[in-house]
Write a protein that binds this ligand. Structure first.
Ligand code: GLA
Length: 367
């Protein structure tokens, strides 16, 4: 009798184990997308230096590509003219290599998070064009050479075009004119001829930006420059962009012969903030700005998942043109959306929740 009881308990334990396995499949996102496109994630320095091992484990297990959220940006990696800071970027590249991931460098030239010294002289005046060209060459060449053969693709240029299709009047543009763009792509290709090179921007659904990016990339490719892919950042909200416009841009970018990537995909679940609202409107809105501090209501979560799923479906339908889909952070708590455009909100913008559970739209791919 005692023997039977033990057998019964043992059988129960086995069946519980099996049930648990079914509830938590051992598969990985990257396997589900292996024959479609790379599936990537932006990682932060704490995930890379061992302070957030559980988050790092999700990045390693599920993603076939990683990109550095911040540590390769100019202000971090090249804060002084003569000083490069490599430690954090080195850990990032080591991590990707160790996990067999396609490592993406972000970003070589961007007017934001730019080291303050980069475009000015000692008196604080804009440098002349020769000096700026030399600084750009040194910056790009030094960083790409250090990671030659290890970082497989680079966002060479970030956010150079405005929504209406005109050039963003950054210091690079003001000092060098539009010629700085083909120049930096040529320099990057010289630095690592095997690396893929990308143009990356947000708000790519805007027709003006769409047309300009198409003509700019076409012109560079026709001139024999290497531009492998166009990155659509894909920072979205529940009411923007119109997915039809987004898809139209995706198709237009593919028509250049370059690949298309979603490079910083996330979707805020919170009310969209009208950045042009005046102060009294803002005060009225403030109450409603952080409506879900304790969790997303089921109906909102459902709508969010449906919309994320629609974007994934668009990507799968265009898989032959898409080389990578990268999410901008491992889990909801990592997302910049918690602090932008309003500081200190609780947002739910990413595929994994704060407890590192996959959300329904992505869970279905983990077998
Ligand atoms: C842009 C940049 C990213 C990141 C986000 C906000 O999209 O390309 O590196 O800074 O803004 O976090």
């Amino acid at each position: 009798m005692k023997y039977l009881t033990i057998l019964f308990i043992a059988a129960l334990m086995c069946s519980c184990g099996a049930a648990r396995q079914e509830a938590e499949p051992a598969g990985a996102l990257k396997d589900a997308f292996a024959d479609k496109f790379l599936i990537g994630v932006a990682v932060n320095q704490w995930q890379m230096n061992g302070e957030a091992p559980e988050e790092a484990a999700v990045a390693a297990r599920h993603y076939s590509s990683i990109v550095a959220e911040n540590v390769m940006k100019c202000e971090k990696i090249h804060p002084e003219e003569e000083g490069y800071y490599w430690a954090a970027a080195d850990s990032f590249v080591d991590f990707g290599e160790k996990n067999g991931q396609f490592v993406v460098g972000h970003c070589l030239v961007w007017h934001e998070q730019l080291a303050p010294w980069f475009c000015i002289d000692k008196e604080g005046n804009p440098v002349d064009s020769l000096t700026l060209k030399q600084r750009l060459r040194d910056h790009i060449t030094t960083i790409m050479t250090r990671y030659k053969g290890r970082v497989k693709g680079w966002d060479v240029l970030n956010e150079a075009i405005l929504d209406d299709g005109s050039y963003r009047p950054t210091p690079f543009y003001r000092i060098l004119g539009e010629g700085y763009i083909p120049y930096i792509f040529a320099v990057a290709h010289e630095a690592d001829p095997d690396a893929e090179l990308y143009y990356n921007d947000f708000g790519m659904d805007h027709p003006g930006k769409r047309d300009k990016v198409v003509s700019m990339v076409k012109a560079m490719r026709e001139a024999g420059l290497r531009v492998d892919a166009i990155g659509m950042q894909a920072h979205m909200g529940m009411d923007y962009p119109e997915l039809a416009d987004f898809e139209k841009s995706l198709e237009a970018f593919a028509s250049t012969g370059a690949k298309v990537m979603l490079t910083e995909f996330d979707m805020s679940a919170l009310p969209t903030v009208n950045m042009t609202a005046n102060i009294s409107e803002m005060t009225r809105m403030r109450e409603g700005l952080n409506p879900y501090p304790d969790g997303l209501p089921e109906d909102v979560a459902e709508r969010w998942n449906e919309r994320m799923d629609s974007v994934m479906q668009i990507c799968l339908n265009h898989a032959e043109d898409i080389s990578r889909v990268t999410f901008w952070g491992v889990h909801d708590g990592n997302s910049w959306k918690n602090n932008w455009p309003v500081f200190g909100r609780i947002d739910y913008a990413l595929p994994f929740d704060r407890a590192l559970n996959p959300k329904p739209f992505i869970k279905k791919y983990i077998k």
